[in-house]
Design a protein around this ligand. Structure first.
Ligand code: NAD
Ligand code: UGA
Length: 464
């Protein structure tokens, strides 16, 4: 079967970039991305392509090229489902905040809604592709809903998890390490082949891996668990470095040169953030528990526990170093996004660190090159730990890096934006309260230079 029309439900960080690439690489396929969020779709359709809702290097150019040609953004979900041969489900799958599995399991209500909507609308056979990250065996539930509530048409379910990282999404999609497609080889080979052919337009065939559905679903959770585990492992060692005089950057380099370990994902930090690592590990822990595999669950849960510890440790260190009180002191945050080159702030360490410091009555001043004030305030409202009035009293958002640091007692670096390295640190120092402290939560600044200027400089893991 040759695919000529695709619909993607969910115009978020995955749906938008993924479909932009498919549209660019497959000019003969009409790609329609739909979402219930009217504001988000309007932003995707904004005449000024710089106003698309997601900041990713290279993405606006891609959208400018394909939008209106074979890439469309719309709120007409049913129409798009009806017209498509292949439907990607790319909606969010957050951690449940209620009921059974609260705080651990993935909330699949949006997935189920999509399945029911597809079933209700489809009048012809369709291929349904799980793009969202899902608990293993979700395809079974999706198939059940489709088969039992549909109009008697045939549905093939595929699992095609996404491995892009934010900030490098376009490059990751253009040159993926692999594309994973899970399906039922007995009854669904045609569907598997159809999706392979879509990717084969730009991905070498040897990088397109096909597996059974459950391996595909579980591989995605496993990949994220392994990646996050490396960050927690190096962060655990950073604490030991601080006690022993070892330097975490030297440690990372030394172990990373072992080809069996490899150099990536060994950067010590204030703690990992992002919408997926924590949620996916907690989901994995929950799945293991439901099968009674408590040792497996405990093993992986430790990755999240260590991450919470790292964020708390960073915050504690600020308070302790500032003579055990930050009350009434201006603490400047450079960075709010969970990593550089994205405007995404979900689960960013900055949120937890600011929450802790607000409890200590600090005055937090924030500058992030890509994150707007509204988002920062919303992130703190979402925590439900204080009133909006108190949040607004405690946090001030700046548009200028030098203003945010002016008269501050301390600077905390929460995101590794490249531009932070290029600032005039002497000028920043001159305008700060003395002694002037810097807490580099990303180990991006040169400790020696900073100390020479006069800063009392703190990096993670005793890095020099
Ligand atoms: P997101 O919140 O940015 O986007 C999801 C979108 O789906 C939202 O705009 C929401 O309005 C829409 N939506 C929800 N229910 C809908 C419905 N019934 N009909 C139409 N639209 C609906 O989420 P995201 O970051 O794109 O993540 C989506 C999935 O991809 C998650 O499962 C996530 O774990 C996974 N994932 C994310 C990333 C990433 O980097 N963000 C990477 C790989 C995988
Ligand atoms: C991660 C994975 O890398 C993607 O493969 C996956 O598709 C995605 O999750 C997902 O499923 O959502 P992402 O969260 O966008 O991507 O970004 P990462 O580069 O993995 O960074 C995650 C967090 O770990 C960030 O806060 C980052 O600063 C931190 N990190 C990463 C470190 O602290 N040290 C490192 O060495 C690497």
């Amino acid at each position: 079967m040759k695919i000529t029309s695709i619909c993607c439900i969910g115009a978020g960080y995955v749906g938008g970039p993924t479909m932009a690439i498919i549209a660019q690489k497959c000019p003969n396929i009409k790609v329609t991305v739909v979402d219930l969020n009217v504001e988000r779709i309007a932003a995707w359709n904004d005449e000024d392509v710089n106003n698309i809702p997601i900041y990713e290097p290279g993405l606006s150019d891609l959208v400018a090229e394909a939008r209106g040609r074979n890439l469309f953004f719309s709120t007409e979900v049913e129409k798009a489902i009806d017209e498509a041969q292949m439907i990607f489900i790319s909606v969010n799958t957050p951690t449940k905040t209620y009921g059974l599995g609260k705080g651990m399991a993935a909330d699949l209500k949006y997935i189920e809604l999509c399945a029911r909507q597809i079933a209700a609308v489809a009048k012809e056979n369709k291929i349904v592709v799980e793009k969202s990250t899902l608990p293993v065996r979700t395809a079974e539930a999706v198939k059940n809903i489709l088969d039992n509530t549909g109009n008697g048409v045939q549905f093939q379910i595929l699992s095609n998890p996404e491995f892009l990282a934010e900030g490098t999404a376009v490059q990751d999609l253009l040159h993926p390490d692999r594309v994973l497609i899970g399906g039922d080889a007995t009854n669904g080979q045609e569907a598997i082949d159809a999706l392979v052919e879509v990717y084969a337009n730009w991905v070498p065939k040897e990088k397109i891996l096909t597996t059974n559905l459950w391996s595909s679903e579980l591989s995605k959770l496993t990949a994220n668990a392994f990646l996050a585990q490396r960050v927690s492992s190096i962060n655990a060692m950073s604490e030991l470095c601080e006690k022993t005089g070892a330097d975490i950057n030297e440690l990372s380099k030394a172990i990373g040169m072992d080809s069996r370990i490899g150099p990536k994902f060994l950067k010590a930090s204030v703690g990992f953030g992002g919408s997926c690592f924590q949620k996916d590990i907690l989901n994995l822990v929950y799945i293991a528990k439901t099968y009674g595999l408590n040792k497996v669950a405990d093993y992986w849960e430790q990755v999240v526990i260590m991450n919470d510890h790292q964020k708390r440790r960073f915050s504690n260190n600020i308070v302790q170093t500032l003579y055990n009180t930050v009350s009434g002191k201006k603490i400047a945050f450079l960075g709010w996004a969970f990593k550089k080159d994205t405007n995404d702030t979900r689960e960013s360490a900055a949120i937890n660190v600011s929450d802790f410091l607000l409890n200590e009555q600090a005055n937090i001043a924030v500058f992030d090159p890509r994150v707007k004030e509204k988002q920062i305030i919303n992130d703190l409202i979402y925590l439900k730990s204080r009133s909006i009035e108190d949040i607004k009293k405690g946090i001030t958002v700046y548009n200028d890096p030098y203003e945010v640091c002016k008269d501050a007692h301390a600077i905390a670096i929460l995101t590794e934006w490249d531009e932070f390295k290029e600032y005039d640190w002497q000028k920043i120092y001159n305008n700060m309260q003395k002694p002037a402290f810097v807490f580099d939560g990303r180990n991006i600044l040169d400790a020696k230079k900073m100390t020479e200027i006069g800063f009392i400089f703190n990096a993670i893991g005793g890095a020099n």
